[in-house]
Structure formats: structure tokens, C-alpha cells
Design a protein around this ligand. Structure first.
Ligand SMILES: [Fe+2]
Ligand SMILES: [Fe+2]
Length: 189
């Protein structure tokens, strides 16, 4: 691991992609596994970085989105009441390992360049949310439509709309962080 920066690609390793299965139930399990990972691990960790980097508002936003990821899993669990704890997906396991590696080094790295770390975390969050609402979850919705499961299709559509909103919130937060930085630089020029 580089010792001077948590770069964007490294943070993107924290993203776990839900996998569309052959059966609708398999897709549902992967969806819940990923959404609960984002709720319990990924976004709380990003929130912790933002707090220690001195960006409490960005930290609050990560926590707010974390709460909504939990809701997404609850919406789908209502349709699959027997689900229990889904098996951990390969990609989720890999993403957790990446978070653990970054965690070991992040205190020092955040100290070195707090703004860059938070900008990169927001850029990754935007990519994650865009990937979900543009590519991954539309496939889940279409699979549900093909199988005449309107309730599941409706839930995936609600999730798509919500992930789009998350991407917009993160875009706005990134613009604010960058504007603040530009203003500060101008003041010292
Ligand atoms: Fe979500
Ligand atoms: Fe989201």
C-alpha cells in the first residue's frame, strides 16, 4: 500500500457488486448481502474517515445514506421473509478485506491529506451509486419483470430511484468540498 495517499482506485475496492443469479431468490440474497454490507461496514467506515478528517457534514451524509441502504434491504426482506442471513458473496468478502487493509493505515493517511481522502471517498461513493442505479439493479428489476414478480420489480425500481438520489447527494457534497478548498487556496494566494 502506498504510504502517502489513499487513492480513488484503492477506495473503489471497498465496493461490493451484487450478483444477479439464475433464480430471482439468488439475486435477492446477493442484493441483501451487499446492501447490508454498505449499511453496516462501508458507509460507516467512510463516515469515520470524514469525521476524523474534519468534515462532519460529509460524515453525517455517509451515515444518512448508510441508513437508507438498510431500508433497501428491509424493503426486499419483506418479500422474502424466510431469507435469514444470506451467504457472504465473494465480492463482499473481498471488499471487506480491502476496508480492513485501508483501516490499518488510514489514521496517518488522513492526517497527511484529509481533503484528498474525503474527495476520493465521495468520488467512489458516486461511482458505487451510479453503478447500482444505472447497471446492476435495472437487471434485477428486469429479471423480476420477466418472472412476473411485480412486487419484487417495484422494490428494485424504488431502490434504483433511491440510489440515483444518493449519487446526486454525493455529487453536491463533492462540489461543496471542492469549492471550499478552492476558496481557501484563493485566500492564501
Ligand atoms: Fe442501496
Ligand atoms: Fe445507495
Amino acid at each position: 500500500m502506498e504510504n502517502n495517499l489513499i487513492n480513488e482506485e484503492m477506495i473503489f475496492g471497498c465496493f461490493a457488486a451484487a450478483q444477479k443469479g439464475e433464480k430471482l431468490e439468488q439475486s435477492a440474497e446477493s442484493f441483501v448481502d451487499v446492501e447490508e454490507y454498505e449499511n453496516a461496514v462501508m458507509y460507516p467506515e467512510f463516515a469515520r474517515w470524514a469525521r476524523s478528517a474534519g468534515y462532519p457534514e460529509v460524515s453525517e451524509l455517509f451515515l444518512k445514506v448508510a441508513g437508507e441502504e438498510k431500508l433497501h434491504s428491509v424493503w426486499l426482506r419483506e418479500l422474502y421473509s424466510e431469507m435469514g442471513t444470506p451467504a457472504e458473496g465473494n465480492d463482499t468478502a473481498r471488499a471487506k478485506a480491502t476496508i480492513a487493509t485501508i483501516k490499518q493505515n488510514c489514521a496517518k493517511l488522513i492526517e497527511n491529506n484529509p481533503q484528498k481522502v474525503i474527495e476520493n471517498a465521495l468520488k467512489v461513493a458516486i461511482r458505487v451509486e451510479e453503478r447500482e442505479y444505472q447497471q446492476i439493479y435495472p437487471k434485477f428489476r428486469d429479471q423480476a419483470i420477466e418472472q412476473n414478480n411485480k412486487k419484487a420489480a417495484d422494490v428494485y425500481q424504488r431502490v434504483i430511484d433511491s440510489e440515483r438520489e444518493h449519487a446526486n447527494w454525493f455529487q453536491a457534497a463533492l462540489a461543496q468540498v471542492q469549492t471550499k478548498h478552492a476558496t481557501k487556496e484563493a485566500a492564501f494566494a
